[in-house]
Design a binder for this molecule. Structure first.
Ligand SMILES: Nc1ncnc2c1ncn2[C@@H]1O[C@H](COP(=O)(O)OP(=O)(O)OP(=O)(O)O)[C@@H](O)[C@H]1O
Ligand SMILES: [Mg+2]
Length: 235
């Protein structure tokens, strides 16, 4: 059944990864974010990552999303070593297996909300009619069936994030990554967007990793980890 942590290997495994940024300035020391970081997340589990600004939370998510490479170590998503993929294979893998929600929605302004949600399905070659039908189901799931024809500029911040959640999950990804998905919202809207994210993640059962500055939301995840000094510690 979906939604249950699987008894076998965790869906996501980051193994002894390191990340440092080298500075173009001559003589400058590289910036070391983490040296030996490991993380496992099971299917159906939602892990929150908290930590001060600049700790490397977004950098870590970019590595888990195969958008950036670690300086060392490996990241496995299911049976795939995502640190070994070509750029093209990584893009395809992201489309097939990963859904993400960022602090900024990145909806395409010239398309309707419905078309934005259908986009990942169209990108993988699904017929337009079928993709729009599936997108419609998701707009309904996130409570925005009556906003389908709005463009992103015609939606509130909370609605934009709901559309982003629908777009992230429309492909039924195995891994859901969220980087401060409620960071730009007022308290009440943030609460409703977080609750929605948690609810659809529970229903769909992807492994989830969410970066947040909101300790109350972090506490409502299955586990809370603190990224500090390049290490992930359980809270
Ligand atoms: N491409 C890059 N090149 C060099 N340094 C970078 C790069 N990206 C991020 N950094 C640096 O790495 C550090 C960690 O950045 P990151 O965005 O991962 O932090 P964060 O934990 O997400 O912070 P915040 O809570 O403010 O979003 C920062 O000091 C940042 O300046
Ligand atoms: Mg960040």
């Amino acid at each position: 059944m979906m939604g249950q942590p699987s008894a076998d290997r965790p869906l996501l495994r980051a193994v002894n990864i390191g990340k440092s940024y080298t500075s173009p300035r001559a003589g400058a020391k590289p910036l070391v974010l983490f040296r030996d970081l490991s993380l496992e997340v099971a299917a159906g589990e939602m892990v929150a990552i908290v930590g001060e600004s600049g700790a490397g939370k977004s950098s870590l998510l970019h590595i888990l999303a195969a958008l950036d490479e670690p300086s060392k170590g490996e990241v496995w998503c299911g049976a795939t070593n995502i640190t070994r993929l070509s750029q093209r294979a990584a893009a395809e893998f992201r489309n097939r297996e990963i859904g993400y929600v960022w602090q900024f929605h990145y909806l395409l302004p010239e398309f309707t909300a419905l078309e934005n949600v259908a986009m990942p399905l169209l990108a993988r070659g699904m017929r337009r009619e079928e993709a729009l039908q599936e997108a419609h189901r998701w707009m309904d799931n996130v409570g925005l069936a009556d906003r389908e024809d709005h463009r992103s500029g015609e939606l509130s911040g909370g609605e934009q994030q709901r559309v982003s959640i629908a777009r992230a999950l429309v492909t039924r990804p195995k891994l859901l990554l969220a980087d401060e998905p409620t960071g730009d919202l007022d308290n009440a809207t943030a609460d409703s967007v977080f609750s929605l994210l948690r609810e659809v993640q529970r229903e769909q059962g992807p492994a989830g990793v969410m970066v947040t500055h909101n300790m109350a939301f972090a506490a409502r995840c299955d586990r809370m980890l603190h990224l500090h000094d390049g290490k992930l510690q359980s809270l």
